[in-house]
Design a protein around this ligand. Structure first.
Ligand SMILES: *Cc1c(COP(=O)(O)O)cnc(C)c1O
Length: 350
């Protein structure tokens, strides 16, 4: 018999979250002004609160996480220089070559373990100061690491990388699109992470539930002014952006602590999937809200498997020949986890 109608369970990404009624209400009531003149009070408040939350002096509201990363690359490098990044990082894989196209920099890939680099690897990637070598300009870290499986960077590793960076006079950028997932999972505060970086970006969309927007935080006035100029040059300066900033303020006030639920749901899903024949998953690799598993049953490719689940009302992403990704988020209620596992078991059983 067919299932009783159930809402679609969308585990493709935490980017699919939609603003709640209360968030929309805050957006509708937002006081606004022209932010290019610095006159949007809601944007100004979001920038102050966001900066304070990560222990920095100032922040800049930008339309997306990609904009945040690319502005930080552009503002802290010169064309022809090199940036050290992990090989599977968002900057390498999912920003359409913007580092080369817009900042004119070369990316030096370091192969991390589940996305995490060591200080030794970073040090080895720094170019020597000689007439033939490209100049290293910046080191980027992604926390949590998306393609690594929502991996949380140990604070000690970040401290060790900072030591290397400081010894070489290099700035550090944190791609903290999911910084608050790392904070909630580890108990390390955002400021404790952020103090080791010259620039920090974090998304207000994704798991925090705002419809759009990221913040770049920094301590340095000159850097901030450079970031602001490039934001305008890149087309990312907005006018009455307070409507979006109000959603960001709501997200920071209400949706950080609840990320713990998403992490618990991801662990529950991993534990359930481990019991299903035809699925291979290591629950110990689930740090936060992202989980990867393999379809081992030879009759399925990941792509076919994901397509077969769709009519059952379960959406996932195929990320490799056999590998699928599921992401938990605030629009996935607790009861959807067991339902999702049931759908996966039923499709494999066929
Ligand atoms: C999603 C993401 C971004 C980019 O955010 P957009 O708002 O989609 O541009 C950057 N870094 C990481 C690690 C991400 O997961």
């Amino acid at each position: 018999m067919s299932d009783t109608p159930q809402p679609i369970i969308d585990l493709r990404s935490d980017t699919v979250t939609k603003p709640s009624a209360a968030m929309r209400d805050a957006m509708a009531r937002a006081e606004v002004g022209d932010d290019v003149y610095g006159e949007d009070p809601t944007v100004n408040r979001l920038q102050e609160i966001g900066a304070a939350l990560v222990g920095k002096r100032a922040a800049l509201f930008v339309p997306s996480g990609t904009a945040g990363n690319q502005l930080c690359l552009r503002a802290q490098t010169e064309p022809g220089q090199e940036v050290i990044v992990e090989g599977q990082s968002h900057i390498v894989r999912y920003e359409l070559g913007a580092a080369a196209a817009l900042a004119g920099v070369q990316l030096h890939w370091v192969a991390g373990r589940r996305g995490l680099m060591t200080a030794e690897q970073v040090e080895a990637a720094i170019r020597p100061n000689d007439p033939y070598s490209i100049q290293t300009a910046l080191i980027c870290i992604e926390n949590t690491h998306n393609a690594g499986g929502g991996t949380v960077y140990p604070l000690a590793t970040i401290q060790a990388i900072r030591k290397v960076a400081s010894a070489h006079g290099l700035p550090m950028h944190l791609d903290g699109a999911r910084l608050f997932n790392a904070v909630v999972a580890s108990g390390v505060s955002a400021a404790e992470y952020a103090q080791h970086f010259d620039t920090v970006t974090f998304c207000l969309s994704k798991g925090l539930g705002a419809p759009a927007g990221s913040l770049i935080a920094t301590d340095d006035r000159l850097r901030l002014e450079r970031l602001r100029r490039f934001r305008r040059m890149y087309g990312g300066a907005m006018r009455q952006a307070g409507i979006l900033a109000a959603a960001g303020l709501y997200a920071l006030a209400h949706n950080i602590q609840r990320l713990a639920d998403d992490h618990a749901h991801a662990r529950q899903l991993a534990a359930r999937l481990q019991q299903i024949p035809g699925i291979s998953i290591d629950p110990d690799t689930v740090d936060t809200n992202i989980l990867f598993f393999d379809v081992v049953d030879a009759q399925w490719s990941a792509k076919e498997f994901v397509a077969a689940l769709k009519p059952h009302g379960l959406l996932l992403n195929a990320v490799g020949a056999r590998s699928c990704r599921a992401v938990t988020h605030l629009d996935v209620p607790a009861e959807a986890i067991e339902q999702a596992a049931g759908k996966i078991a039923r499709v494999l059983d066929r």
